[in-house]
Write a protein that binds this ligand. Structure first.
Ligand code: ADP
Ligand code: MG
Length: 687
């Protein structure tokens, strides 16, 4: 983070330092160190504990520093070419320890029996020996307890780097400016930046090391959140949103007409969304809810509210199958209320498309449902008030912008059925408001999940056959092969062939995979929906949103290859009707985390619980898979480990951004400058 403005000496090139020649300059540039300031802000990868330790306290292979008197004359053995081993016995406290130094025969001249020495090296518990790295004559007298170790990628030696950092701090340390407001420093008793930098590289104690880290973690999160919160404020207030004065009486009529009672969580979400729509600010909200929690119902209510306010609504979903399903359910719900809905996908062409676009532009269509076909240039609304995108992580930020730009600052709602762990939601969607549906409609039967080893496949198929006999249907998901669509495809063909022969003459088996065209996929899906196919073998393309309530069995091959969130998504394809459903994971995980994942699946049906578990097992980088990460990178802070600091920093940043003092106060000029420099205040961020 560069908040040291203007001609601060911290911007001087490292060549001003003694010992930083041309060569060092070039190689340090390779690891991003150009200036004196860069050098000071280079974060150590770890610290080496230099404290005197009794080896018996140490773990096997741990690095220890011990002091003692030499008991036997150091002797050298030569072997191989130029190889040698020097050994002696050292009495350290009550312990007699074998010390060995490899390939440093010259040490023999330095030490003799009776000398007191300090040895640093690796402790071997079994042999009671230390494999020495450093020998110092005399009692323990190291200046520091902890030595910073940096990841230098062989740019220069560790010793040389430490010297440069030391010099930089000695010469220019006084120019390090404070970057956090006093109020926060005091509130959390954070040490000054100047002191923190020094302690970062040369901590005098373990406590100092901790304090330095604590300060930088907070600083990183705070700056990050400051940007997020400023972005939230600008998106909200930028050029004004529309205040949609919807008809509450009509909305209640629609709610009363539903064949079910809304859950409390749904009611809360509807209230939050409606309040946003009514406000003069533009809504920028994320609606999170597990598969089947009733998000579509909430979306439908919001769209209807918008229409009663005199606006049009749009619902964008990632696949044609989903678009058709949504179009049908919205039509069924809203047509009785005189609302005109329409479906626009790539399949709508020619005259039909033209007529549809005309009706849309003239305002005859109230709600348009579709795929990314919605964002084509010639799709013009008369008066777009609300845009909802489903499964929003499948659309890029740019696609969302284009859709939003089709109205005059319409309210925007994003829906996702991939529950996102709290930690990541704060970071990835920090600029949005969030509604969460954390409750399932009453009376849902929990899906029973089993984990079976491959040799139990026969029994799994027998069980499936029983369900099929009752008239139910089954999905079979094929192994996922990382990075190879070709193998995915091959696997699907194999599994399809096996099951076709296994169930030959009894049940029909369909096949779905990524190589089918959109139309072919639709065909297969329709046959399955119509119960013309009893079993559907598929790759993961079936993951999103598909609704076939009669399917009660989900079999997932090689389940250990999937992340928890994805397994949960797949499982969500069953359990959509009134019958008991089953999910069977065929897996033989070798790793502990693989086993933990399978167990977690059998223990809970709660997507939020699983998402937290997934994060814990896979780490933030892998959570969203290889397709999209969108995760910020922090130098010192760890989103998961330092979660509480992240939350605190978010609250502080939000409070500050919303206070008038921030925008005028002299003490905040630095922070404002950071926002301007990073472009946050100028407009909307792109990823
Ligand atoms: P999501 O979009 O979150 O996956 P849906 O909105 O598609 O969930 O809802 C799944 C099913 O549950 C639908 O058949 C819907 O009609 C039904 N449903 C929605 N809300 C309720 C509720 N409060 N009570 C009972 N059933 C509900
Ligand atoms: Mg509004």
């Amino acid at each position: 983070m560069d908040v040291n403005q203007g001609d601060s000496p911290l911007h001087l090139p490292i060549s001003v330092l003694k010992g930083a020649g041309k060569e060092a300059e070039t190689s340090l540039a390779g690891i991003g160190v150009l200036t004196v300031g860069d050098l000071m802000e280079f974060v150590p990868a770890r610290y080496e504990d230099m404290r005197l330790k009794s080896p018996v306290e140490a773990a096997h292979d741990e690095k220890v520093t011990i002091e003692g008197t030499i008991q036997t004359e150091p002797s050298v053995m030569y072997y191989g070419k130029k190889k040698s081993r020097l050994t002696f016995k050292l009495l350290s406290g009550p312990h007699l320890i074998n010390v060995t130094f490899f390939n440093q025969p010259y040490l023999k001249k330095k030490a003799a029996v009776g000398d007191t020495v300090t040895v640093t090296g690796k402790w071997d518990r079994n042999r009671l020996s230390v494999s020495g790295q450093l020998l110092e004559i005399g009692p323990y007298s190291r200046g520091t307890d902890f030595e910073a170790v940096y990841l230098l990628r062989n740019a220069i030696s560790l010793k040389q780097f430490r010297k440069l950092v030391k010099q930089a701090i000695e010469l220019y340390g006084t120019y390090i400016e404070e970057t956090l407001p006093d109020s926060l420093l005091n509130q959390y008793r954070l040490i000054a930046r100047k002191d923190a930098i020094k302690a970062l590289h040369f901590p005098a104690s373990e406590e100092e090391m901790k304090q330095a880290r604590r300060r930088f973690v907070y600083e990183e999160f705070f700056y990050f959140q400051l940007k997020m919160q400023a972005l939230r404020k600008t998106v909200r207030e930028q050029s004004g949103g529309i205040s949609q004065k919807y008809d509450l009486v009509k909305l209640k009529e629609l709610i009363d007409s539903l064949p079910f009672e809304l859950t409390n969580a749904q009611k809360k979400a509807v209230n939050e969304i409606c309040a946003d729509m009514k406000s003069p600010y533009r809504m920028n909200r994320l609606l999170q809810g597990d598969v089947g929690s009733g998000k579509t119902a909430v979306a439908t209510l919001a769209l209807y509210a918008s229409v009663t306010a005199g606006y049009q609504g749009a619902l964008m979903v990632p696949t044609e199958i989903l678009a058709e399903q949504h179009a049908k359910s919205l039509h069924d719900m809203l047509e009785p209320f005189g609302i005109h809905t329409a479906l626009l996908t790539g399949n709508v062409k020619g005259k039909k498309r033209k007529a549809l676009l005309d009706a849309l532009a003239s305002g005859d269509i109230d709600i348009l449902i579709g795929t990314h076909a919605l964002i084509q240039d010639d799709v013009q609304f008369q008066n777009l008030g609300l845009v909802i995108t489903d499964e929003q992580h499948r659309f890029g930020v740019n696609q969302r912008r284009i859709l939003r730009a089709k109205g005059d600052n319409p309210d925007v709602l994003f829906m996702t059925a991939t529950p996102i762990p709290r930690t990541l939601a704060i970071t990835v969607f920090g600029e949005m408001d969030v509604s969460i549906i954390n409750e399932m409609p009453a009376g849902r039967k929990a899906i029973e999940t089993y984990w079976a080893k491959e040799e139990m496949l026969g029994r799994v198929l027998d069980f499936t056959e029983k369900e099929l006999r009752k008239g139910r249907q089954a999905y079979v998901i094929c192994p996922l092969i990382e990075e190879s669509e070709k193998l995915d495809f091959q696997n699907a063909l194999d599994v399809h062939a096996q099951l076709s022969s296994h169930f030959h003459g009894k049940f029909t088996v369909g096949l779905m995979h990524g190589r089918l065209s959109g139309e072919e996929k639709d065909e297969v899906m329709k046959s399955f929906s119509a119960n013309d196919l009893n079993i559907l073998v598929s790759t993961t393309v079936v993951e999103v949103g598909v609704n076939v309530p009669n399917a009660t069995v989900m079999i997932i091959y090689d389940a250990e290859r999937f992340g928890l969130s994805q397994l949960h998504q797949l499982r969500g394809r069953v359990g959509r009707g009134s019958e008991q459903s089953y999910c069977m994971l065929i897996a033989d995980p070798k790793s502990e985390t693989g086993k933990e994942r399978m167990t977690a699946m059998t223990e809970t049906n709660d997507g939020f619980v699983l998402s937290e578990k997934d994060l814990e097992l896979r780490g933030p980088g892998d959570f969203f898979g290889r397709k999209q990460s969108g995760l910020p990178e922090f130098k010192m802070a760890d989103m998961v480990h330092d979660y509480r600091a992240l939350e605190t920093a978010r609250d502080d940043a939000k409070k500050l951004i919303d206070s008038p003092a921030f925008w005028n106060g002299h003490e905040y000029r630095h922070l404002r400058a950071v926002l301007t420099d990073s472009g946050v205040l100028a407009g909307e961020k792109l990823d």
